[in-house]
Design a protein around this ligand. Sequence first.
Ligand code: ADP
Ligand code: MG
Length: 612
Amino acid sequence: MPIVGIDLGTTNSAIAVLDGRVPVLLADTNGQYILPSVVHITPQNKIVVGSEAEAAKVAMPARTVSTVKRHMGQDEQLLLGPHRLLPEEITALILKELKIRAQAHYGLTDQDPLEAVITVPAYFTDQQRRATKRAGELAGLVVERIINEPTAAALAFGLGRKDQRGHVIIYDLGGGTFDVSIVEMFDGILEVKASRGNSHLGGEDFDWLIVDYLADIVKEQSGIDPLDDLRAKALLKQHAEVAKKELSQAESAEINIPLLSFENDQPVGLSQVLGREDFEQMIAAHLEETMDCVRGVLEDAQFTAGEIDRIILVGGSTRIPKVAQLMQDFFGRVPRRDIDPDQAVALGASVQAGIKAGSISPEILIATDVAPFSMGVAAVAPVDGSPTPGVFSVIIPRNTTIPVRRTDQYFTHSPGQTAVSIEIYQGELEWAKQNHFLGEFVLDGIPENYKEAEQINVTFGYDLNGILEVTARAESNGKEMSIKVNDQIDRDSRHAFAASIKRLEGLQQGTAASFHQESLPLEWDSDDDDEDEDFAMEELTADEFVATLKRTLAEADELIGDLSKPQQKRMRRFMDKLTRAFEEDDLAQAEALLEELLDLLFRLEMGEWDES
Ligand code: ADP
Ligand code: MG
C-alpha cells in the first residue's frame, strides 16, 4: 500500500512521499507545496480548501474556518456557513485535499487504500491525537501512525547524517502551537530525550496582539470598535499578519486600511506604522514562555546549554529575528538554517512512512520518542501524614521513552472492599483532578477481605501513537479488567463516526443548505429557511452578534438606494424579517438570516447580484 507523510498544521499543511530514499513534497496542480489549513464553503455550496479559501476569509468570514487545529479534541461543532461540523470533520476536508495530491502522484482512485503518517504537536493530549486519527480516517486514509512534529523534523534532519553525533534541540514555533524537543543523535539513532511545549501558543497569538493594538487605535480615533464587526475583524487580522511578516525583514511596517468599517455613513479607515521594537515588546511575554520551555526541557533531559551541539528552528514563526536571537543568546551558538522551516515536518513524516514501508532501513535511521506527559491514577496516599484520596499517583512519568509498559501496586483501603474505581489522568500536578482526565473504569469482584488489604496491580501501556491502555488486576484471584483509554469513547463513537461521514457527504452534495443555490435572489424569501434551525454563529459572543447584526443592517440600509426597485423591495422584506426574528428572540432564525444577508451584501459588492 502506498504511504505518505502529512504535516497537519494550524496554519499550513503539506504532504510528502519518498522518492527512492529522498523525501519530496507533493504540489497541487498550480505547483503549490504548502496548503493553507483553511476551509471555505462558497454560497454555491462548494467546498474549497487552501489559498482560495484563505482569500475568501475576509469577505465571508462566516463561511470560512481557519485554525481548526486549535479546536481538535473538543466536542463543540464549528460553523462552516450553514453547516455545523466537528473539528475533525473540518480537518478531514483539509486531509482530503492533500490526499488528492497523493492520488495523482501514485495514480490511485478513491477506492485504493492509502496509508498515512500524520504529525501532531508533541504536546497534544490523548484526546487531540485521537481526534487527529479520526480526521484521517474520515478523509479515507489508513492512519498508520501519529508522530510528534519535532520528532518528524529531527528525522528530516537526521536522514543522510548517519555519521553525525551530538545533541540537537528542535524549537518549533508555528501558527498555533509551540514544541521543543531535545534529541540525541548517534549512528542513525535519534533518541528524543525530552519534550515540552504549549499547544496554544504561536504566530496566531502574535497576530491577535497586533489586532488588539490596532483596534484600540481605531477606537480612539473614531469611537467605534472594529472588533464588533466580523468583517472588519478579519480585515485587521489579515493586515496584522502581513505587517508581522514584513517586520521579519524590515524595521517598520505600514498598515493602511482605507475602508475598515462605517460610522454614521462615514468610512472608517486606519493608517499606522508599526515598529519592529514595538512588535517585539508585544510578544515578549510569549517568547519568554518559549524560553521557559527551553530551560525546562534541558532540565528534563539533564543537559546544560553548553552540551547542545545544534539548534534547529522549525515553523514559520521562527523567521521572527528575535526568536533566533533569543536562542543564540541562550546557547551561545548560531541556529542552523539548513532545513526548511516550512517543510521539515512533512518531509520527516514521509521519512517515518519510508521506515514503515521498508524503503529506509532501520539501520540507516530510526527514532525513539517519549511520552510528553506523566500518566497515572487517582489514589489514596498520605498527605501530611494522613491518608488522603484524590492524590495523583504517577505510573508513567513524563519523558519516558515509548512504547512503554509499567505496573504499580495499589491496595484496597477499606475492610471488605470488593471494587475499586480506576480513574486515569495525565499531567504534572499533585492532585488527580487538577490534571487532564482520560477515562475511568471499575474493577469489581475483588475477594471480600476483612483481615488485610487486597493487592491491585495497575498496568499502563503507552504505544507509539501516544495512545494508552490500562489494565487493573486483583492479585489474589486474578480478576482482570482493561480498557484502551480511547475505547470508551470509541464505543459510542462508532455511531459518531457514521454521523460524521454522513455530514461530510451531505456537504459535498449540498443537501443541508439547499436554500443557498445560485438562484438565491429568487428563493430568498421563500419559507424554507427554517430547515437550518440548528444554524448558529457559534464563534460570536452575544454582544458581537448584536453588533454584527446592527452593523450589517446599517450597511444594507446604505446600499439599498443603489438597487433596482424589485431588489429594494426584496431587501426590505428580508431586513424586516431579520429584525423581527431578532426582536422575537428567535436567535437561530436571526443568525441564519444574518448569515444570508452578509452573503448577499458581499455579492452586491462584487456585482454578483443580478436582476434575475
Ligand atoms: P503551523 O505549523 O502551525 O501551521 P507554520 O509553521 O506554517 O505553522 O507557521 C505559520 C505561522 O508562521 C503563521 O502564524 C505565520 O504568520 C508565521 N510566519 C510565516 N512567515 C513569517 C515571517 N516571515 N515572519 C513572522 N512570522 C511568519
Ligand atoms: Mg507546523
